[in-house]
Design a binder for this molecule. Structure first.
Ligand code: NDP
Length: 284
């Protein structure tokens, strides 16, 4: 067989792009599984997004991730959406299927996969802090995974209500909004609490959610969407009070695993990816 010098291409379009560690874990997975695939981290401005997508099409890319600020705007350049991306109207993974580019959202799927390792979401009551893109992704996938009740705790009431309306109108779950204007006590009926705000994200490493610490009770599952640093104050506080914790690296790695399944059809080794991203973030 003649040698093949043509790699399969995938990558990411975002702005800024230089702080995004995803390339390290994706390429580690390609190497580990002996795949002649590449993941190219590209800085793409909003005005160049259309050209970038047309370029990916022209070059036969197998797919690409979209991050801030393109998750909504990219939809105009695609041929269709998967189920949860259509509900959320946000895309973080584009998959080439035949000659079509289809938008999917793996942010929430990655979280639910990490959650399933510690608790079955079916019928559970969940508190989601935040109502932005990450909360929308996590809330939608939790609802589609069978969660019974979702309490959205957010400062901005309009954003909180909009997310609850979206969940109540499009999924079987019941969602209610709580305006977050003082220390929030996680109810004893909650099984899971997740930080989907940007509190704690580098460089705001001392940031702390405004919650009543004594409502972090043993056995409660506490998850943080923040992956940099993975050991946030929320994770520390929850560990100290006997909660079951899930850091944001699990979500990041799992959404990458799901994207790679969409693109390559292979179930890649999540441990290899986690190690690669921990190495670049220099976390033990
Ligand atoms: P958005 O800007 O869309 O939303 C930010 C949310 O955080 C809003 O609900 C905002 O509340 C809330 N918020 C910000 N500051 C505070 C504060 N001091 N106190 C209380 N609430 C606050 O961001 P995204 O939803 O896109 O992203 C949120 C985080 O999720 C990011 O840090 C990102 O890194 C992380 N993320 C992680 C992923 C992973 O794979 N681990 C995947 C995707 C995102 P308000 O509406 O009241 O302003």
């Amino acid at each position: 067989m003649p040698p093949n010098f043509l790699s399969q291409l995938t990558g990411s379009f975002a702005m800024p792009a230089s702080e995004n560690p995803t390339v390290a874990m994706m390429e580690a997975a390609y190497r580990h599984h002996g795949l002649d695939w590449r993941y190219i981290n590209c800085e793409v401005s909003p005005e160049n997004l259309g050209d970038a997508v047309r370029g990916a099409r022209a070059m036969g890319w197998a797919g690409f991730n979209c991050s801030i600020p393109h998750k909504v705007a990219v939809i105009d350049h695609l041929d269709g959406l998967g189920q949860s991306a259509a509900i959320m109207q946000a895309v973080n993974t584009v998959v080439r299927r035949g000659d079509k580019l289809i938008g999917e959202n793996t942010d929430g799927k990655g979280f639910v996969q990490a959650l399933r390792e510690v608790i079955d979401p079916s019928g559970r009551a969940v508190v989601v802090f935040g109502a932005g893109g990450a909360a929308r992704a996590v809330g939608t996938e939790l609802a589609l995974a069978g969660v019974g009740k979702i309490t959205v705790v957010n400062r901005n009431p309009d954003r909180g209500r909009t997310l609850c309306d979206l969940l109540n109108d499009n999924t079987p779950a019941t969602a209610e909004h709580v305006v977050w204007n003082d220390a929030y006590a996680i109810p004893a009926s909650a099984d899971v609490a997740i930080n989907a705000t940007s509190v704690g994200l580098y460089p705001d490493v001392d940031g702390r959610l405004d919650i009543a610490l004594d409502s972090l009770r043993p056995g409660l599952v506490v998850a943080d969407g923040i992956h940099s640093p993975p050991k946030t104050n929320l994770i520390r506080d929850a560990e100290g009070r006997g909660c079951v914790t899930l850091d944001g690296l699990g979500m990041l790695v799992n959404q990458g695993v799901i994207a790679l399944r969409f693109w390559t059809g292979i179930d890649v080794d999540a441990t290899v990816m986690r190690r690669a991203v921990e190495e670049v973030l220099q976390q033990p």
